[in-house]
Design a protein around this ligand. Structure first.
Ligand code: DX5
Ligand code: ZN
Length: 226
């Protein structure tokens, strides 16, 4: 059994104790630190921007997994690369939404040029088939299992079919990209997600609302030993 990578979302952390919560993730079995950027336009909520990403990066010892829920993401790729996603000793990921990109090929090339992995996120309504002609340029596909914009929402079960379909699509075309799932992930669905083919699991509330977040991360990663 291979264990999924876990990317706790800093959106669910205590912003008054950001350094403490980043250090908690450093000490835990988390693989990446997921950084949710919301602009109030692409999604109906505003989270935080470049200075907070820099602050997370100052204390982090793990790669940053930057999820841009913003329109025209190409305008900010270099800024987020500099704010920590392209840290040379622990290169991270920058993920843009398919629905926000007019020239996705160009945008993914721009991300790879910064030294980051290039990710594409799909909203629940977007089919994985839309990626058929761009798979070569993608290092990671982020399948949204909630409508983006807020933490703490309920997992959409149809996500499992999308993961399976994407796995098949990649196997049939001989291509590989990491499959990441984001939204409503908890110990209730981790086994199904891994069985369907997820490689990386984002978890916000199920980690930071737990009485022991490090233990919650461990429970997600080693769900089969529970
Ligand atoms: C949702 C964000 C998620 C969110 C996950 O728009 O992209 O990363 O923080 O939070 P939970 O795990 O609480 O659904
Ligand atoms: Zn996210």
């Amino acid at each position: 059994m291979t264990h999924p990578m876990i990317a706790p979302s800093i959106l669910a952390a205590d912003f008054g104790n950001l350094q403490r919560d980043v250090e908690l993730l450093n000490q835990s079995q988390a693989d990446w630190i997921h950084v949710d950027i919301m602009d109030g336009v692409f999604v109906p909520n505003i989270s935080f921007g470049i200075p907070v990403c820099e602050a997370v990066n100052r204390h982090a010892t793990k790669p940053l997994d930057v999820h841009l829920m913003i329109v025209q993401p190409e305008r900010y790729i270099d800024a987020f690369a500099k704010a920590g996603a392209a840290q040379p000793d622990r290169p991270g990921t920058i993920t843009v939404h398919l629905e926000a990109c007019t020239h996705l090929h160009r945008t993914l090339t721009q991300i790879r040029e910064t030294g980051c992995r290039a990710g594409v996120a799909l909203n629940p309504h977007s089919s994985v088939d839309l990626l058929t002609d761009i798979l070569d340029e993608i290092d990671l596909v982020l399948i949204m299992s909630v409508n983006p914009g807020f933490g703490g929402q309920t997992f959409i079960p149809h996500t499992l079919q999308k993961i399976r379909r994407l796995r098949r699509l990649m196997a049939d075309s001989g291509r590989s990209a990491l499959i990441e799932v984001d939204g409503g992930v908890s110990t209730d669905n981790v086994a199904d997600l891994v069985e369907a083919g997820a490689d990386v699991l984002v978890a916000g509330s199920s980690v930071f609302r737990a009485s022991d977040p490090a233990e919650a991360i461990q429970a997600l990663k080693y769900f089969d030993r529970a």
